[in-house]
Design a protein around this ligand. Structure first.
Ligand SMILES: *Cc1c(COP(=O)(O)O)cnc(C)c1O
Length: 275
């Protein structure tokens, strides 16, 4: 945990702390490890030897699953959205170097990947496997992420994270002590669907969270000059180079809300950094 000293926060009467969950492991950072942990234990105890999961070509989850498979002795299959592009990008190359077998799925089928017919076809092709949903987000992932708040020793009011599938936010919110709130920042355009996703992942609604949907900068893995400027300035001021797909959008959002006066003076904010 590190407190950032920043005039924009101080002027709004706020404290901003960062939790460096990215430092947990270089290949299975933060939320990716938390989401895998109980899934790996369950896969092992149910006798599975292969993990299969889904992701876009820039998915951090595919790489983390490949690394986990290599460390814990599972075969891994990554179902990638869209067509194969060669040479592989660094994300997918790292996954393959950990022994992940990649297969590609057209976008229409990919949208229907939770259907039994699609999963049955994958079983026909690849045999038995333990299925991890896209982003690794399921009930066991929520349980893993729910362990995060208890690791924070300082008192705080609001905890923030970036949202892709909503699994990390669902878990953090589920693990919060009474009176604290979780705030997610969608990195996807049209992130309103995430509200329902979080409720489904929590099998209910812990009622202590909210998702900001306006800081997507054009959509997933899209960036603008304004965002890049924010990243450079943040690095100059705080010595942390924010990862741009997720973390920079969350941090930009936190500063924007603070400067608009949307946070009560005296509030302590924790920003969770996962990459
Ligand atoms: C995967 C990822 C997220 C999104 O987590 P979800 O549980 O899918 O919402 C956020 N930040 C980083 C750095 C990630 O790699």
């Amino acid at each position: 945990m590190k407190e950032l000293s920043d005039a924009r926060m101080a002027d709004a009467g706020l404290r901003l702390l960062v939790k460096r969950d990215d430092l947990i492991h270089p290949e299975m950072p933060g939320n990716k490890w938390r989401k895998l942990k109980y899934n790996l234990a369950f896969a092992r105890s149910s006798g599975a030897t292969t993990l299969l999961t889904f992701g876009g070509a820039y998915s951090n989850h595919l790489g983390a699953t490949a690394a986990a498979g290599a460390y814990f002795g599972f075969g891994t299959i990554g179902v990638v959205r869209g067509e194969e592009h060669l040479p592989l990008n660094p994300h997918l190359r790292a996954a393959v170097e950990h022994g992940m077998r990649l297969t590609y799925m057209d976008r229409k089928t990919y949208r229907e990947k939770t259907r039994a017919t699609v999963i049955d076809a994958l079983h026909c092709e690849f045999g038995q496997f333990y299925l991890l949903p896209e982003g690794g987000s399921n009930a066991l992932a929520v349980r893993g992420c729910a362990e995060l708040p208890a690791e924070i020793e300082e008192d705080f009011d609001v905890i923030c994270c970036a949202c892709g599938t909503g699994g990390t936010l669902a878990g953090i919110a589920a693990g919060l002590p009474p009176g604290r709130r979780a705030l997610g920042f969608s990195v996807l355009k049209g992130g309103q669907f995430l509200d329902a996703a979080v409720r489904e992942l929590q099998s209910g609604d812990s009622g202590n969270w909210r998702i900001e949907t306006e800081f997507h900068f054009g959509g997933f893995a899209k960036r603008t000059a304004e965002l890049d400027g924010f990243i450079d300035d943040f690095e100059r001021q705080h010595g942390i180079r924010l990862e741009w797909v997720y973390e920079a959008k969350m941090m930009y959002g936190i500063f924007a809300l603070a400067q608009r006066g949307e946070c009560k003076p005296g509030t302590t904010i924790v920003a969770v950094i996962n990459a």
